[in-house]
Design a protein around this ligand. Structure first.
Ligand SMILES: C[S@@+](CC[C@H](N)C(=O)[O-])C[C@H]1O[C@@H](n2cnc3c(N)ncnc32)[C@H](O)[C@@H]1O
Length: 315
């Protein structure tokens, strides 16, 4: 009762007057996390600048995805994202263009192959492949590549982009997160740009499942936003401010620390071989020990971290 009359006319603001904090928040909210103005005028300008009128379906997905009006499940978020080819690319990579997907995918495939010492005989799991940005470029280098995702529509997009490759397979992850594979199937697994979208309970369960499906001597790679790096911390603060007092979308960004990621790996029975933390990304590499307790040898890790100050690929 205390807040009722006020709530209906203007949220927590009293009698239409805004406090200093409210003014600051209001200014912040008009910008998207990527810095776009969210005023109607700015939206129209972006519409014209990016020539979105040429791609009405993509424009609609951008607008609806940005508004994010209802709470949705992770599956629904990514099924919706996959509803348009350009929007799916935009959601996994920040750009609607196939050329950018190919360029950044090739770069990450190269980095992973080098760091994890991926070989042509390997059986590789891509956890959360999205449109197979990385998988499309990595699959030709290995015996078999398998993409496992919670979104069936993303998998359809991935299959479409990889239809020229006969060593690719796709698997839907059910709601309980269990991977639909037998134990000890894969030489290598990677979850790139996936864990920063999911709660740590699911990260833990996912790492435990990856540990189960890795062969002895198998290696996993996973990344997430890094709370310990200054750039990572600034992004965290921006996110805190952006969603202050507002409902976060299901797939909002999450951050972690080296200790947390190492703990999850160790508790899952993996040996953390490295946890790179000098960029805004934490990059965990962990292995399932061989039966005699020895560990596999990694390749050159120096190519893995993005350059200082950069997002993953804008180098
Ligand atoms: C930002 S996209 C990244 C796609 C791809 N890894 C890339 O780098 O282009 C996140 C992907 O993770 C998938 N995903 C979300 N939660 C997941 C989970 N718990 N397990 C596996 N995949 C998940 C989404 O469906 C989506 O395809």
């Amino acid at each position: 009762m205390r807040h009722c009359p006020v709530w209906f006319v203007g949220g927590w603001r009293t009698r239409g007057r805004m406090t200093v904090t409210d003014t600051r928040r209001d200014a912040t909210r008009r910008k998207s996390l990527t810095g776009y103005e969210r005023t109607p005028r700015a939206l129209v300008e972006r519409f014209r600048e990016e020539e979105l009128w040429r791609r009405p379906r993509y424009a609609w997905h951008r607008l609806w995805g940005d508004l994010n009006p209802f709470p949705r499940s992770m599956r629904q978020v990514w099924d919706f994202a996959a509803g348009d080819e350009a929007y799916a690319a935009h959601m996994v990579n920040g750009s609607p263009d196939e050329a950018t997907l190919r360029r950044t995918g090739a770069k990450m495939a190269e980095r992973l192959t080098t760091a994890l010492a991926i070989e042509p005989s390997h059986m590789v799991l891509d956890l959360g492949p999205g449109v197979a940005r990385v998988g499309r470029e990595l699959a030709p280098r290995v015996r078999r590549w398998v993409g496992a995702d919670v979104s069936r529509k993303m998998l359809d997009r991935a299959a479409e982009r990889m239809r020229h490759l006969d060593n690719a397979a796709f698997a839907l992850i059910p709601g309980d997160g269990a991977l639909p594979f037998p134990d000890a199937l894969f030489d290598c697994a990677y979850a790139h740009l996936v864990y920063f979208h999911i709660d740590k309970q699911e990260v833990w369960e996912s790492i435990r499942e990856v540990a189960r499906v890795l062969k002895p001597g198998g290696v996993m790679y996973a990344d997430t936003w890094n709370l310990q790096n200054e750039d990572g911390w600034q992004r965290w603060l921006a996110e805190v401010e952006h969603y202050r007092g507002r409902r976060r979308p299901v797939h909002h960004n999450r951050w972690s620390t080296e200790a947390e990621m190492r703990t999850f790996a160790e508790r899952a029975g993996l040996a953390p071989l490295a946890c790179l933390h000098d960029s805004c990304w934490l990059q965990l590499i962990a292995a399932r020990p061989f039966t005699d307790g020895t560990l596999p040898t990694l390749g050159d890790l120096s190519t893995l971290p993005p350059p200082a100050g950069a997002w993953y690929y804008n180098d």
